[in-house]
Design a protein around this ligand. Structure first.
Ligand SMILES: [Fe+2]
Ligand SMILES: [Fe+2]
Length: 184
């Protein structure tokens, strides 16, 4: 029965696909935890609906990567329990700095993720755009939506000079998270 959800694996570059799906699943999982943390603090504030709207899209992203993990038979990163806590702490922590702190976090994370998705799109096109058509379509759509989240953050005054240190720190964290989730 499960076979219907599986993808024919003949000829695909399994190590590359494993790595892409594992890290993207981890990222979308972490994004969900960040927005959950922000909602715990700012859910009833004026930016609550904006955060909820972005979170709803992250839920769709995560669901898709859950499906892709089954279809391509990829195991999740062993770091999920850690991203569970780290994501929530980052979301809640940034929200405790106020609305601008939360939005600065969103801008930092979504910028990193958009760039990360762009790198993957490049990799898959270099591999074989026809073979990875479905995956490319998913990643391109999500890249566009992360870009929208980034822009929503900017519209909410995320770019105050005081947060440039925060942004740098968060983006370093994202790089480390990506590096680790691709590998373990
Ligand atoms: Fe996402
Ligand atoms: Fe996002």
């Amino acid at each position: 029965r499960l076979c219907s959800t599986r993808v024919a694996q003949g000829g695909i570059n399994k190590p590359i696909i494993d790595r892409i799906i594992r890290v993207d699943h981890a990222g979308e999982y972490g994004a969900n935890r960040i927005y959950a943390g922000q909602m715990a603090v700012l859910g009833r504030s004026s930016v609550g609906p904006v955060i909820q709207q972005m979170w709803n899209q992250e839920k769709v992203h995560l669901k898709k990567f859950n499906e892709l993990m089954v279809a391509y038979r990829v195991r999740p990163t062993v770091l999920l329990p850690f991203w569970n806590v780290a994501g929530f702490v980052l979301g809640a922590g940034s929200a405790l700095l106020g609305k601008k702190g939360a939005m600065a976090c969103t801008v930092a994370v979504e910028e990193s993720i958009s760039e990360h998705y762009n790198n993957q799109i490049r990799t898959l096109i270099e591999e074989d755009p026809e073979k990875y058509k479905e995956l490319l379509q998913v990643i391109k759509q999500f890249r566009d939506e992360e870009q929208e989240h980034h822009d929503i953050g900017l519209e909410h005054d995320a770019e105050t000079p005081a947060y440039s240190v925060l942004k740098t720190a968060i983006q370093l964290g994202c790089k480390a998270a990506i590096f680790l989730s691709e590998r373990i």
